[in-house]
Design a protein around this ligand. Sequence first.
Ligand code: ARG
Ligand code: ASP
Length: 684
Amino acid sequence: MKKLFLGVLSLLCAICASADGGMWLPSLVSERIDDMAAKGFKLTAEDVYSINRASLKDAVVLFGGGCTGELISGSGLLITNHHCGYSHIQRHSSVEHDYLKDGFWSKNTAEELPCEGLSVSFLEYMREVTAEVLEGWEPGMDEASREDIVKVNGEKIVAAEKEAHPGLKVSVEPLFMGNQYFLFAYRVYTDVRLVGCPPSSIGKFGGDTDNWMWPRHTGDFSLFRVYAGADNLPADYSPDNVPFKPRKFFPISTAGVKEGDFTFIYGFPGSTQEYIHSAAVRYIAEKSDPAKIGLRSLRLDAQKKHMARSQKVRIQYSAKNASVANAWKKWQGEALGIRRNGVVDAKREYEKRLSAWAAGTRFEGICDSLERVYAELEPYKFALEIYNESAAVVEIARAAAAFVAEEDAAKREKALKAFYKDWYLPIDKESFEAVMTRFSELIAEDQRPSYFNESLQLYGSVNVWADSLFRSSAFASESKAFALSPEQAEQDPAYVFYKSMRDWAQEYAMPQIRRINRRLDLLNREYMQAQMSFEKDKNFFPDANLTLRVAYGNVKGYEPSDGVRYKPVSTLKGVMEKDNPEIFDYNIPQELRDLYASGDYSQVPVCFLATNHTTGGNSGSPVINAEGKLIGVNFDRVWEGTMSDIAFDPYFCRNIALDIRYALFIIKELGKADNIISELVLEP
Ligand code: ARG
Ligand code: ASP
């Protein structure tokens, strides 16, 4: 009896726990401001988001396509994470100028490095457009018609808005599973230059060993500058452009943080699934995550082996390796957290209660329907996910596909050059062998592409097949590839592989997924409404979708397991404790060792933990104190809490931020970049 009671209690707690957290829409922050004030926030809703005057939102940008950054000077200086700037730092790096290894500090604006393809987007305004998007739709219409209506109306709204506000980028996005629609208007700046970054041994200190973990000692920041035309408006790169003057930038607090302090995060969280059915969570934790983790382990093994052997290969694969390893490790924490916190059982319990409540209403039977439809979806979704993590990541095949798809010869050559700069055949071939072997184990013979089965039969094994493909493909040799015509490329074995596998994904999996998803979209939309009516008093936030959000919480440690308590702050002392010249991830620059020995630096703050609800995309987000000053730069979450994309548990879920004072310390003492420090506004 007692055991049962405890079991029920823990289930209920998992649910009440998921009531915390939240990523709120800035334009609706007035609904949260009393709660924020009660927790210590001193500013007003207008200070956070305003369309009439400068507000904090004007200092926050979507950095590239998936990170956040914030303005920290009146001359367009921006800070984000080292890992967000990583691919640009990598692109400027070679064995001669290895900015990954040595860091980079410009001494003046002339030394800043233009970053082709990098843009930053400022949100100008947002507003609800649900009624306009759904004009002409009536309940009971089939999903395909609804999709059409939403698409056509959405395009009309975007076109009208662009005409009324030339120069803005406009999009309409669904919220709450399509129960609401909002319009977002951005100003996009495309001349962004690298100003400075620490060496990776600081900016990526701890590497993938410490990634997603606490205690953490990573100086994960990099500095860029936004440039504009003479009118302060966006302009493509030109040496004549001038530093952008933001409406608002963050003053930096040097006062420091302590446990309990209010913190607030402003940024672009990418994607969460807080309201999905238990069947979808079970699939993620028990089937999808484990299979994807397995496939990525295989590729990481091949990368690790060859990266350890050559500095050139290490540079070539550093960015690719980091991105493969990142999700690989996150999925492990996520699957673990879902299991350990009993999220599937807690959701089932919740669904039972909701179903009982729903009897006799229009939501009757909704949970059972979701369960059935998810079961139908599963094999196709699984096949697509396996394809995405196996055939679709074969680099030589992707290069061939890009070559065939590009009609412009000059662009084709440029893409080829970029491909060969960072490609190492043995890694690609060994990855091919490993992931395609795994593919044959995960996908039943009668479901596989016939091309795959025939190739296996022809060659006898994946490895012999790989020998042949990598020997006979012209793309295996840079000079041969440059001599190819697009027609020849279409006959190339690398392209044939790409096309046959892709066609299979598109013909076997995609139509079924689309068909079933239509039913799921409708059910999920209804289910969202059901949840909101079932829990009338709960404050629901819309799932993240890479639109600007506000999250708030406080600085706080946690207890990862019995008998262990983590403090919320880390210091330079911990960097020195981990320092080890023998281990790549922990080998700090000699200058930092010398500096440490030269004075009393043990208490220099490095990172801190807080309870803000964040996800991928929040990297680089400003961590702001009660007065609206910058105290940190968000960059990660803790291992035990990465399931927060699905279920936020305030007991385990923590975001990890770089303490802004560590960035100041590194810029000044290691980078000797007083030119950068003098641009900042430092306040106690
Ligand atoms: N885990 C963080 C995020 O999801 C940081 C990743 C970059 N670092 C790395 N070692 N791969 O982006
Ligand atoms: N590191 C993530 C990012 O790059 C943040 C997170 O997932 O917590 O956005």
